[in-house]
Design a binder for this molecule. Structure first.
Ligand code: PGA
Length: 259
């Protein structure tokens, strides 16, 4: 099962995950990070900014999970722009080493395979940061996604479009299609770190960690991974049946194990 770590707040989650990433980069200067967009990973990037200051991060590589289809990469809400603004620039990463799926409509037919190849050539993702949607999606793998899926085009649910409308002038501007790493792609990363905060994510977290393995609950795919860590605040943990056990386990964990 996934290791569940219940923390006091999002800032504490950010520090915990950032510490693990710094350790990874110390071990491997050209570590491959799996980057997520959305509000959830921001505390991780904020903590990394302080922790990585003064370190050489010029070799670090990264792969984003997903991108909108047909949105100009220069648009402020394209995931290329978001990753540049939230991750590449503040952390001082080399933009040439940070990949985002290509959502251009003209090349979309082979963009998924191209991305899979790029991840493979890089030797795979070392640590994949994940958020989770209120509908249980990870990446943009909406309910119904195959656990074996690869990077491909998906149709966004209306729920996801509504959730993301806050970033656009109106919901009509939110694209209907995206290109996303598949659940199978995500499961090949060597360490999954899923974060979630707030009551609104409580059901999705419970389904992912303790629910049945089911395509209707894409987050449940993490149960198939040998090294998955779920970092949540009390509100997002509020529907976990085994919350006390997770607290006890983490409190008694040998320090050398990390997360
Ligand atoms: P959020 O999105 O971090 O903005 O809540 C999570 C997701 O949709 O995966």
């Amino acid at each position: 099962m996934a290791e569940v770590v219940i923390v006091e707040n999002a800032a504490a989650a950010g520090e915990l995950v950032a510490a693990e990433i710094v350790e990874l980069i110390d071990r491997r200067a050209d570590a491959v990070l799996g980057l997520a967009t959305g509000s959830t990973p921001l505390p991780v990037y904020q903590a990394l900014r302080t922790r990585l200051a003064g370190r050489d991060v010029s070799q670090v590589r990264g792969f984003a999970l997903d991108e909108y289809v047909g949105l100009d990469p220069a648009h402020a809400e394209s995931y290329r722009s978001v990753i540049t603004r939230d991750v590449v620039e503040p952390l001082g990463l080399d933009p040439r080493r940070i990949h985002v799926p290509n959502g251009a409509a003209e090349t979309i037919q082979h963009a998924g395979d191209d991305y899979e190849t790029a991840i493979e050539v890089a030797g795979g993702v070392d640590l994949q940061i994940l958020g989770i949607g209120t509908d249980g999606h990870i990446g943009f793998n909406e309910p119904g996604s195959s656990f074996a899926s690869r990077t491909r085009v998906k149709t966004l649910t209306e729920q996801t479009r509504e959730d993301n409308a806050r970033f656009f002038d109106s919901i009509d501007d939110v694209p209907r299609h995206c290109i996303t790493q598949g659940l199978g792609t995500i499961l090949r990363a060597r360490h999954l770190v899923l974060l979630a905060f707030g009551e609104g994510k409580a059901q999705a977290v419970a389904d992912a960690v303790e629910g049945p393995l089911a395509a209707i609950l894409p987050g449940s795919a993490i149960q198939l991974h040998p090294h998955a860590t779920v970092v949540v605040d009390e509100a997002a943990a509020s529907r976990l049946k085994l919350a006390d056990y997770y607290r006890y386990t983490f409190a008694n964990k040998p320090a050398w194990q990390g997360i």
